[in-house]
Ligand binder design. Structure first.
Ligand SMILES: NC(=O)C1=CN([C@@H]2O[C@H](COP(=O)(O)OP(=O)(O)OC[C@H]3O[C@@H](n4cnc5c(N)ncnc54)[C@H](O)[C@@H]3O)[C@@H](O)[C@H]2O)[C@H](O)CC1
Ligand SMILES: [K+]
Length: 498
């Protein structure tokens, strides 16, 4: 597999632009298709050395063209090949027509394809050009392959998966592995596309990096290139205040655990000081379980204003276990000029009138981070959530612009978006992150990055990434306490890399 050191993702439209730009710069487009087809053939041989027959299913566009090139290459190497086409191959245009000529062998209609034991299906029906739901005929072929249990190597994308959104249009192959070209597309990383791709390989087919970067928009895979330049230097002379003071608001006495998880995660993520702001009735419960985290009684709006005036506080977390209602709303509005992570109950408190929240944080640099899961996202942004035409990155970006906030749209494919148009898709979160208290830990991590001076989008993306790394260290049987406990090790690993 080629090493492409980029976390850029290109949507199908952007990839088509890269194609055009490389043609304009004098790179022959058929050369790209030939290298794509060779890469498919090489992957087919290396992944499936025991294949009895490669069944190449070719579509009506350039994805099919890649399939014809691969078929020729595999046949020249002595493999048994069958080729089935959707539509009449004589109708192919441009490079795909050249590729069909290069194949030069027989082609049967797709509807006649019957998977046999020992087959490996090379799925070259549709890639970036999928534009509508697949027909019943194609859905029938997809289900016959699935029933036969033969493995599928997808060219560019499993046919049926929309490369922009990761959503299946009608039906889609479930591939054993997918080989794509130059960069991955968002649909490779977003669910359910991610789970339909199998192993993903990226082949360099010769489009220069400068063209990929120029064609690329704003969607990338979340990782250090996005935020590492903002990470604080943790040196021996670092005065603790330079690492910021994070304040986390505790809920009432029966619901204090969530905020403590945030607070401990914040401390381990490098905040210099962390204070838990607790209502009076929860002071004893909190005091009994805290050591390095400080405790401050904050019951009323007046007490909060007084504290904000007199303490040197850098960033805030409000929401975990806090309770839904007017106290949450009042506190948030009092914090409107400060960096704030608003999570869980803090988000739900604005469900009846989200505009109050969005308007409050409109001024200045983005300094609000919202961390909704699906349900919470739907409460704040019901119209955006309901719009089936939008991908998850589209939704997160629209929400970020409306709320003047960095959005962490959580899930197994968490998306982070900034009002300035940047979007990152996170990929390092293991499935066991879906555990009680995991979101509270994430809020504390993001709060700690805000406290250390990272801008909202960078803090959000760094927090989500650290959360995934810490979960990897904590292992599949972790609890949220373990997760918070691993934040320090994950931070140390990260800081050592820069
Ligand atoms: N730079 C690169 O990445 C290169 C990629 N290559 C390959 O080219 C395809 C994209 O090719 P394109 O012709 O644009 O699109 P497709 O082949 O995916 O499909 C277009 C074709 O299919 C018809 N169509 C769309 N949806 C449906 C549907 N549901 N049912 C029936 N027909 C449908 C549409 O009308 C067109 O006729 C990319 O994925 C790579 O595999 C190049 O080989 C090299 C450069
Ligand atoms: K395909």
């Amino acid at each position: 597999m080629a090493y492409l050191p980029s976390n850029i993702l290109l949507t199908p439209e952007e990839m088509a632009r890269a194609d055009r730009m490389s043609a304009e710069s004098g790179i022959p487009s058929f050369g790209l298709m030939r290298r794509a087809g060779y890469a498919v053939a090489a992957t087919a041989l290396s992944h499936f050395p025991a294949a009895v027959r490669f069944a190449v299913l070719c579509g009506p566009g350039n994805n099919g063209g890649d399939g014809y090139v691969a078929a020729r290459q595999l046949a020249d190497g002595g493999a048994e090949i069958s080729v089935h086409a959707l539509g009449d191959p004589d109708d192919l245009k441009g490079d795909a027509a050249l590729a069909f000529q290069l194949w030069g062998g027989s082609v049967a209609p797709l509807r006649e394809f019957q998977p046999q034991p020992g087959d490996v299906v090379i799925d070259a029906l549709f890639g970036a050009g999928l534009s509508r739901k697949v027909s019943d005929e194609i859905a029938g072929v997809i289900s016959s392959v699935e029933r036969a249990g033969v493995p599928v190597l997808a060219v560019d994308l499993p046919s049926g998966v929309d490369g922009r959104s990761g959503k299946p249009l009608g039906a889609a192959f479930k591939a054993h592995c997918t080989i794509t070209f130059m960069t991955r597309k968002p649909g490779h990383l977003l669910l359910p596309g991610k789970s339909l791709c199998g192993d993903i390989e990226v082949a360099d087919i010769g489009i220069p990096r400068r063209i990929i970067e120029a064609a690329g928009g704003s969607i990338s895979e979340n990782g250090p290139p996005i935020w590492s330049a903002h990470l604080p230097f943790v040196g021996a002379d670092s005065h603790k205040y330079r690492r910021g003071h994070l304040a986390v608001f505790s809920g009432e006495t029966s619901k204090t655990g969530a905020a403590r998880l945030s607070a401990i995660a914040g401390l381990k993520t490098g905040a210099g000081l962390v204070t838990l702001a607790s209502p009076e009735d929860a002071m004893a419960a909190n005091a009994a379980q805290l050591t390095a985290v400080m405790l401050k009684k904050v019951d009323t709006n007046a007490e909060l204003s007084d504290w904000l005036e007199n303490a040197k506080l850098s960033a805030f977390v409000l929401g975990p276990g806090f309770g839904v209602g007017s106290r949450a709303r009042d506190f948030v509005l009092a914090l409107k000029d400060s960096p704030l992570v608003l999570d869980a109950d803090g988000i739900t408190s604005f469900r009846d009138d989200p505009a109050i929240l969005f308007d409050a944080f409109e001024d200045g640099e983005t300094h609000l981070v919202l961390t909704p899961h699906d349900g919470e996202f739907g409460r704040l942004f019901p119209d955006i959530a309901a719009d089936e035409t939008l991908s998850k990155p589209d939704k997160a970006l629209k929400a970020a612009r409306r709320a003047h906030a960095a959005i962490v749209y959580k899930g197994a494919d968490t998306v982070i978006a900034s009002p300035d148009g940047r979007v990152a898709i996170n990929t390092n979160g293991p499935p066991w992150l879906a555990t009680a208290g995991s979101g509270d830990v994430l809020a504390g991590m993001i709060g700690a990055f805000l406290a250390q001076g990272l801008p909202a989008f960078e803090a959000a993306a760094a927090g989500v990434y650290l959360h995934g790394e810490a979960a990897g260290l904590a292992g599949p049987y972790m609890t949220a306490e373990d997760l918070a406990g691993q934040a320090g090790h994950a931070m140390a690993d990260l800081v050592a890399r820069f």
